[in-house]
Write a protein that binds this ligand. Structure first.
Ligand code: GDP
Length: 195
């Protein structure tokens, strides 16, 4: 995919702030530090468009990016920070539940997990939540460059089995360092969005 333009449109917390355009949308979710911003930046050929904004105490927002004027990426704030208060966690839950259940333009979600480790309880919950609402999920296993190539398949199997992944959901081995999986990710996103 040739990306010729990408910019942030809005940071939203509630539906009346979502962009009012009828463009296909891909949501990106994962625990904090999994490499979600790096994934977005890599796909968009940008150095620093998406930033880690999910630190505790910071406002948790859905960040909408417009790409080539034809689709949106929605960066969902990361989960899994031990220090986040119960109130903040609940607000996060409400915000994402509203988004995932109400957003008509949503075509699929990208769930990012760390290839090095078995998915966490939160990762499994997120995957099950998306499946519960019949949202197609593409699983992206990040930081592949941090383990030897010979071990990728073994780690992919652990990811697949821990998530109890639906065979229909694609899974991609990814590295924002080497660019591994970038074109494959775009190919899947283009299928979902029809662009
Ligand atoms: P986010 O919190 O999910 O948005 O995670 P970031 O994209 O900010 O990445 C968290 C940390 O992991 C940063 O230090 C990144 O440089 C690093 N990182 C992210 N993706 C990769 C990757 O594919 N390979 C390696 N080696 N490091 C990565």
């Amino acid at each position: 995919m040739k990306v010729t333009s990408s910019e942030i449109v809005i940071s939203a917390v509630k539906p009346d702030q979502y962009p009012d355009l009828d463009l296909p949308e891909i949501a990106l979710a994962g625990r904090s530090n999994v490499g979600k911003s790096s994934f977005i930046n890599k796909l968009l050929n940008r150095k620093n468009l998406a930033r880690t904004s999910s630190k505790p105490g910071k406002t948790q927002t859905l960040n909408f990016y417009i790409i080539n004027e034809i689709m949106h990426f929605v960066d969902v704030p990361g989960y899994g920070y031990a220090k986040v208060s119960k109130t903040e966690r609940e607000a996060w839950g409400k915000m994402i539940e509203t988004y995932f259940t109400k957003r008509r333009q949503l075509r699929a979600a990208v769930l990012l997990v760390d290839l090095r480790h078995a998915p966490s309880k939160d990762d499994v919950m997120m995957y099950e939540f998306l499946k519960h609402y019949d949202i197609p999920v593409m699983v992206v296993a990040t930081k592949a460059d941090k383990i030897p190539k010979g071990k990728w398949q073994k780690h992919m199997k652990v990811v697949r089995e821990t998530l109890n992944k639906d065979p229909e959901d694609p899974m991609i081995c990814f590295s924002s360092e080497t660019g591994l999986g970038k074109e494959e990710s775009w190919a899947v996103i283009r299928q979902y969005t029809g662009v």
